[in-house]
Structures are given as structure tokens and as C-alpha cells.
Ligand binder design. Structure first.
Ligand SMILES: [Mg+2]
Length: 224
């Protein structure tokens, strides 16, 4: 009863052996093609690094609670546009308010989850929110002191680069303070954008815009 099946299997196996060298050749050609074009297949991310206060939300000083959080007009459309152009969205925010005891780390984390959910409802994925709770003048002992993560130091961006396989040269840092711009430059970010109403402000940023709402135009400028 099994004979026909075994016969068929044997025939198949013999045929397979005949064609094996061809399979091997095709497979090795494919592998070498993949290797030659490794760069083309590698999937490094380009990121839009966002400062939070003054860029994502209105900066009313030390915003640590949901009830104090107000999105800046245009933020959703702008981030959706960046996302559609292939940027992953990473928030990098100094949170000295934690060190200063104005709100707790738990308050901040609760607000962050709420903020990420609000973005998700708008089909915007914030990949990660990096924050630095330290400050030299902190009153909360645990967070008193200097930190390589606190902008203008580039620590948060460099950590994001590692954790999300980011090509900084292809990335953008957007912030409303010169310390954001400096952090971006020190991390090797290719384009830095300062958000300010004050056009007379001296800055080393590559681009100055009045609001995050202008970001979509800016993306065209960066691409061009
Ligand atoms: Mg800011």
C-alpha cells in the first residue's frame, strides 16, 4: 500500500538531487546580491526628535499634570505629515520639574501615557518619550545633580539612536530653545529646527519656524 508513495518520494528525491546544484547556485547568487546591496536592505530609521514643552504643548512652565497640558494647534497634522514621510517620532524632554518637586515622576509618566494615547487616537505613534528628571538645583535628593541626559547634552538622543537604530544624519531635531538645537547638533542630527515667534533671536539652528504647524512646509524644504 505504501509502495506507490515511496516510489513517488524516491523519484522526487532523485529529481531534487539532479536540480540541487541549480538550487544552490540560485541561493548563493541571491545571498551575494543581498550582501552587495546590504545598505539598500538595511532599515535604519530617520527620526523626528521633538522637544515637548513649547513644541508639542503650550509651555506654561513645569507642565506635569494632565489638566495643565494643552496641545499646540497644528501638532497632530504636523506629526502625521512627518510620520507619512517615514520619520519615527521621538520626544526628548528635560523635566527639571521632577527634581524641583513641582510634580512627581509618577505624575509625569501618567501624563505621558495620556499624551501618547491622545496621539494614537489621531493615528500618530510616538515611539518613545525620553525624559531627564535631573537638575543641579533639585530639591528631590534622588534627582539632584548634573546629567548627561539633560539637554543641551545629547544623552537622550544618543540613547534613542541606539535603541531605535536611528540614522541621525537623516533626522530632524525640533525645539524651542537653543539647548534643544545644541543637543541635536551634538548628537549629529542632520537638521535642527527652532520654533520661535522671535525672528530676531540669534540661533545656530538650520531653520526657524514660528510654530510646529509650519513643520510640513519645513519637511519639503529638508527633502529639497
Ligand atoms: Mg521646550
Amino acid at each position: 500500500m505504501l509502495d506507490p508513495i515511496l516510489n513517488l518520494a524516491e523519484k522526487f528525491f532523485v529529481k531534487f538531487l539532479e536540480f540541487a546544484p541549480i538550487f544552490k547556485m540560485v541561493a548563493s547568487a541571491f545571498i551575494s546580491m543581498m550582501t552587495v546591496h546590504e545598505g539598500a536592505f538595511s532599515s535604519m530609521n530617520k527620526a523626528l526628535f521633538l522637544d515637548r514643552d513649547g513644541v508639542v504643548n503650550v509651555d506654561t512652565h513645569y507642565v506635569g499634570r494632565i489638566e495643565d497640558f494643552e496641545f499646540i494647534p497644528g501638532i497632530f497634522d504636523s506629526l502625521r505629515a512627518a510620520q507619512e514621510q517615514g520619520y519615527i517620532l521621538i520626544v526628548v524632554t528635560n523635566q527639571a520639574g521632577i527634581a524641583r518637586g513641582f510634580y512627581t515622576e509618577e505624575d509625569f509618566l501618567r501624563l505621558t501615557e495620556w499624551m501618547k494615547d491622545a496621539f494614537l487616537k489621531e493615528n500618530i505613534l510616538i515611539r518613545q518619550v525620553y525624559y531627564c528628571p535631573f537638575h543641579v538645583d533639585g530639591v528631590v535628593e534622588e534627582f539632584k545633580g548634573e546629567s548627561p541626559m539633560r539637554k543641551p547634552n545629547p544623552g537622550m538622543l544618543l540613547q534613542a539612536k541606539q535603541e531605535h537604530d536611528i540614522d541621525c544624519a537623516q533626522s530632524i531635531m525640533i525645539g524651542d530653545k537653543e539647548s534643544d538645537i545644541e543637543a541635536g547638533k551634538r548628537a549629529g542630527v542632520g537638521c535642527t529646527v527652532l520654533v520661535t515667534q522671535d525672528k530676531s533671536l540669534g540661533t545656530s539652528a538650520d531653520k526657524v519656524i514660528a510654530s510646529i504647524a509650519e513643520l510640513p512646509d519645513c519637511l519639503g524644504w529638508i527633502k529639497g
